[in-house]
Design a protein around this ligand. Structure first.
Ligand SMILES: Nc1ncnc2c1ncn2[C@@H]1O[C@H](COP(=O)(O)OP(=O)(O)OP(=O)(O)O)[C@@H](O)[C@H]1O
Ligand SMILES: [Zn+2]
Length: 473
């Protein structure tokens, strides 16, 4: 069910690192909510933490969003350009008696508090009427009573009275705290729904208090379930592959990525797996987002990617494969022609585009370690290779079906199976034990090149010094 009123949502990443798959899911859900309600999504860069922010990460955010096929309607708004505004509002809270200056340090606080008291600030400066000064931070005066957060995903979350300390809104450096900047921006940009990662739930009661103090309607909050790895631990850049950029480089495509991310927390209500972005706009609903941790399963993502690649038109596949195959084709003659012939053979065999060079590179450049290839041959393979070379010399036309017929006949004459005869040929031609269909590959390479490769392997085999005799017992 789509919302009936236009939603104003925001996606507010901090540029502290590579764009995280968790962030990709967050922006997707926000974007879907905006699109399905004919609303708008604001992009806000939460870049007030100058120590951890880097401009290249900001560019990384824009790049990742575009790569995913998403966009934003307003912004980007940089929080770093609005510091004065946040400070002015904080001072106003002080003027209104809703905030007070505090000169406590961690040490004085610890020294004062009897052991065993709950952590957090004890409100020591509440009524000391300190004025602004060096070493003094501005704290928000938390009101009495419990704080209720009506979460769209976790329903009602109640923070009992006393659970939230008088929290800092301006550091002694006058740097505004994250929660203050966020609430001010959400008010200024008339945000109706705040959809974000679960890790922000603990600061939400503070946000609710600030909204009360600053006036204006409270946005709806929704905290998305955390993404976890196979061990059910929070997906983290220290343990797991989390950067969208890494997936892009591995040859994952934005469409299956979006499709997969949509299902991490959202349940479509039936068995349906595959959705385009357009279909998601209609199908997605916040009511069907659960709160249990969502397992980010790379194998399942791979399955989505493979299925998507297989579904593309040959032309489209050739277009997206290009950046992954270009580097291996430089300097190769007839590269384009060979590529055009082999791509249809591999389209349904790969999971990611980065598998392409290893799979079809032998068509463009071939300089294997012959010793290593020879090691992989079995007794009698040289005999097979010679027979195949003889047969190939007269195979005409040199196309896939005729090559297959010739080798099948040769296998019968040698009293072996096509499979056994084919094995050393594949090693000689491709250098690898698996790859695209062999006879197609041979037809693409042409007779001369196939014979040259078989000869080269045979020579390598004969030049090897025979293995030493095993010592006598
Ligand atoms: N497991 C997760 N599930 C959902 N979102 C996540 C997850 N981990 C990080 N994010 C989001 O990705 C963004 C980047 O976070 P951060 O750089 O802290 O990731 P991380 O280093 O992998 O996590 P951490 O350092 O806490 O282990 C944040 O907006 C955060 O909300
Ligand atoms: Zn104090």
């Amino acid at each position: 069910m789509s919302p009936s009123h236009p939603e104003r949502v925001r996606f507010a990443p901090s540029p502290t690192g590579f764009f995280h798959v968790g962030s990709a899911r967050t922006i997707l859900y926000n974007w879907l909510l905006a699109r399905q309600s004919n609303g708008a999504m604001l992009l806000r860069i939460d870049d007030t933490d100058t120590e951890r922010n880097r401009e290249e990460w900001v560019d990384g955010i824009y790049r990742a969003i575009r790569w995913l096929g998403l966009d934003w309607d307003e912004g980007p708004v940089r929080q770093s350009t609005r510091i004065d505004h946040y400070q002015a509002i904080a001072f106003d809270l002080f003027e209104r008696g809703l905030a007070y200056w505090c000169d406590c340090t961690r040490e004085t606080l610890d020294a004062r508090k009897p052991p065993g008291t709950p952590p957090g600030y004890d409100g020591f400066c509440r009524d000391r009427k300190l004025s602004q000064g060096p070493g003094r931070a501005l704290r928000f005066r938390v009101r009495e009573g419990e704080i209720v957060v009506n979460d769209l995903i976790r329903s009602q979350v109640i923070f009992p009275a006393g659970a939230v300390e008088d929290f800092v809104i301006l550091k002694s450096s006058l740097a505004p705290l994250y929660v203050l900047a966020n609430v001010i921006d959400d008010i200024d940009f008339s945000i109706t729904t705040v959809l974000r990662a679960e890790e922000h739930l603990p600061t939400t009661p503070k946000a609710v208090l600030l909204h009360e103090a600053l006036g204006g309607p409270l946005p709806r909050f929704g905290h998305l379930p955390v993404l976890v790895n196979e061990q059910r631990r929070k997906l983290s850049k220290r343990r797991d592959r989390v950067a969208v950029e890494d997936y892009r480089q591995l040859g994952y495509l934005p469409e299956p990525m979006i499709n997969y991310l949509a299902l991490l927390g959202w349940n479509p209500g039936d068995d349906r797996e595959f959705f385009t972005l357009d279909e998601l706009i209609h199908a997605f609903s916040l009511e069907r987002v659960g709160h249990s941790p969502a397992y980010f399963d790379e194998q399942r993502l791979l399955h989505f990617n493979k299925t998507y690649i297989a579904s593309l038109s040959a032309q489209e596949f050739a277009r997206i494969a290009r950046p992954f195959v270009d580097p291996m084709m430089t300097g190769s003659t007839d590269g384009d022609e060979r590529l055009a012939q082999i791509l249809p053979e591999v389209q349904t065999r790969i999971g990611t585009l980065s598998e392409l060079p290893a799979m079809i590179g032998f068509l463009f450049h071939f300089s294997p370690d012959y010793d290593e290839l020879a090691d992989r041959l079995r007794a009698g393979d040289d005999h097979y290779l010679k027979a195949v070379a003889d047969v190939l010399a007269v195979t005409d036309p040199f196309d896939s079906p005729t090559i297959e017929t010739s080798l099948r006949t040769a296998a019968e004459e040698l009293g072996t199976s096509l499979r056994k005869l084919q094995a050393p040929v594949r090693i000689a031609i491709t250098g690898a034990p698996i790859g695209p269909p062999l006879f197609h590959s041979m037809a693409i390479l042409g007779r001369d090149e196939c014979l040259r490769r078989i000869q080269a392997l045979l020579e390598a085999l004969h030049q090897r010094t025979p293995a030493p005799e095993p010592p006598l017992p």
